[in-house]
Design a protein. Structure first.
Lengths: 345, 345
DNA sequence: GCACGCCGTGGAATCGATTACATCGACGTG
DNA sequence: CACGTCGATGTAATCGATTCCACGGCGTGC
């Protein structure tokens, strides 16, 4: 593969001049510029990003460590992150932690070794020494979706409180009183917060959230199934199951079906994180939708701000409730002649 | 960030010795080794992968350019690729082409500039000069899922012929005779092959595939919707719609619902590419399942073989039919007491 | 007792870029 | 006319690693 030296030789100039042309430095004669450009063309030369990074100490690359690629929420997040990064002149390397702290650490280490310019993390746990050290050492870093309290790193996330209140209002108006939740791991902020928001919203209606109605999940489908089975085995099973993420909702749906029960007739179901597939499930699932794309873009902007020496601030965007049929018939039956279209959004 | 020089100073040895310890070269005294290791520990030193890559001309990184991350099939593929690569000591940089040739080119160029050791591609189109040049120039490369004919690059893919024959047999046994297909882009091999396999399978039963029953899609949900609407508008609409990928199947489902029609009673639906969500849609969707994880792993093995100087061969694995309820009741009604479990797979 | 070989080590070249500094000619001004 | 300035270019140091080569010391064999 041709190097800058080859180009210099071909164009009959020094490597410095070639470099100047490539980085369009002003003080290069038009004459030299055209000769260099021609040489670049004939040799099919492309600058070696590795060498360039070594010299400039910049890789123009962001690292993104997410908890689970197979979760459509994170897939969409990753996609929007890459889009915005590309628009700002950066590439993205994605590391999938699969909800495993050891894998998360592996990826963080790998990304730091590669000298990425900044790190976007949705932490799986409370944060390993590695990550905390990196943050302290000044690696530009931004948390997205989940974060670690007490660490001085901007956080870009959605606030689901209002949407959860709307959800509980919706459930209450449908007559549901015994509401249960499948929580995420207590080590994650989203795992804890969603339970809190739910409990708080229940309080508004004078409802309790008994321990028996809090199932411990791990954001994976299988745990949703297991927890739901536990709920169904209770002497007084809940009327509603609220899953703290979409995969656990899927597991819950499985568990309910496996018993030969029906949603929403026998038990209602709602989920945190809306995804396109929820429109097509049987029944369509009512969910709290995060502005995923916006989150990804805002996170990249905050990170690039940090990298380029600007402040880089935290952002919190509101989530919103999307009502479908999994909790019972909506309170305001639609006048529309084609009721099937109601839940298309 | 500490460099190898700092470590050498701290340990009181030369950088050469430090390097030898790090790459566990045999000829280093135990004494020196422990001193270096201690220095590494106290400084929290990590070798700079950028510098190492420049010197060794190896990045231990694979590039993966896929057609669409939001498609669960490709997400799973990406995941298995990363897993196998990690097991073999490589990292993966994913580029999402979003079915756009220009974006595909952007990512290929970016990956080549970064001097990745090898490239895994699922081409969106017939291949740009850039990609073809890279292949000819000797960049280790493997095609996965889709490929470009006439290019000397190993191909790892699934053969859906047998499964499509099984599908058509299934449909035929249910009494369906007017079968239509939503094809993928003609520029992709999978776009063409699936139509051919379908036509061939129909031939076995003496059935034709008229042009009116071949809709041109682009592997995205919206095109599935559009094509399906076209089918439904025909004077004699098909009894079955076979979508050449899962997203177009989703679009088809939308279109059918929007008309107030029901699957499978009014029209049957099947898809190429099975995904977990098809178990949960209304109704569960009959699909041709590829051994996605195996494909990803085999592709990585083939690519790493090439990189490390071994042959690196093409692999073709069989796809298989997964029958669910979207084409009508299966011919052999299950004896099982809990019929809802039938389609859990 | 001497020469040879081997082991452990350090010096220095190298990978492919960027960039500070030096050089050189042309031009403008006092 | 001389000197300072500026524009265009080249030389060489540098980034952080790896690795070839040389060198000193020690053990072994004849």
């Amino acid at each position: 593969m041709a190097s800058i030296k080859d180009v210099a030789a071909e164009a009959g100039v020094s490597v410095a001049t070639v470099s100047r042309v490539l980085n369009d430095h002003p003080s290069v004669s038009a004459e030299a510029r055209t000769r260099v450009l021609a040489a670049v063309e004939t040799l099919g030369y492309r600058p070696n990003a590795v060498a360039r990074s070594l010299r400039t100490d910049q890789t123009h690359t962001l690292g993104l460590v997410i908890s689970d690629v197979m979760n459509p929420y994170f897939t969409e997040l990753a996609r929007s992150v890459e889009e915005e990064a590309r628009a700002l002149g950066y590439s993205v390397i994605i590391g999938n932690a699969d909800e495993r702290p050891d894998l998360q650490d592996h990826h963080v280490r790998n990304l730091l070794d590669r000298r990425i310019d900044g790190l976007l993390v949705s932490p799986t746990d409370g944060g390993s020494p590695l990550m905390l050290d990196a943050a302290r050492a000044g690696t530009p870093m931004v948390f997205v979706d989940r974060w670690i309290p007490g660490v001085d790193v901007p956080v870009v996330r959605a606030d689901g409180r209002a949407a959860v209140r709307d959800l509980v209002a919706h459930l209450h108006s449908l007559g549901h009183r015994r509401l249960a939740i499948i929580a995420g791991p207590a080590a994650t902020t989203t795992g804890r917060e969603r339970v809190e928001a739910f409990r708080e919203a229940l309080g508004v209606y004078g409802l309790e959230l008994p321990d028996a109605y809090i199932g411990q999940g791990d954001f994976q489908a299988e745990s949703g199934r297991r927890v739901t089975e536990g709920f169904l085995d209770l002497p007084e099973p809940p009327e509603v199951v609220f899953a703290a993420d979409n995969l656990m909702a899927l597991g819950a749906l499985d568990a309910v079906r496996a018993r030969g029960l029906r949603v929403p007739d026998d038990i209602a179901l709602a989920a945190f994180d809306d995804i396109p597939w929820f429109v097509h499930t049987d029944p369509p699932v009512t969910a709290v939708a995060q502005p995923t794309g916006e989150l990804g873009r805002a996170a990249v902007r905050a990170l690039v701000d940090r990298i380029e020496g600007r402040p880089g601030e935290s952002v919190t965007l509101p989530a919103r409730l999307v009502v479908r049929r999994s909790c019972g018939e909506p309170p305001n039956p639609p006048q529309s002649p084609t009721p099937v279209q109601r839940s298309t959004s």
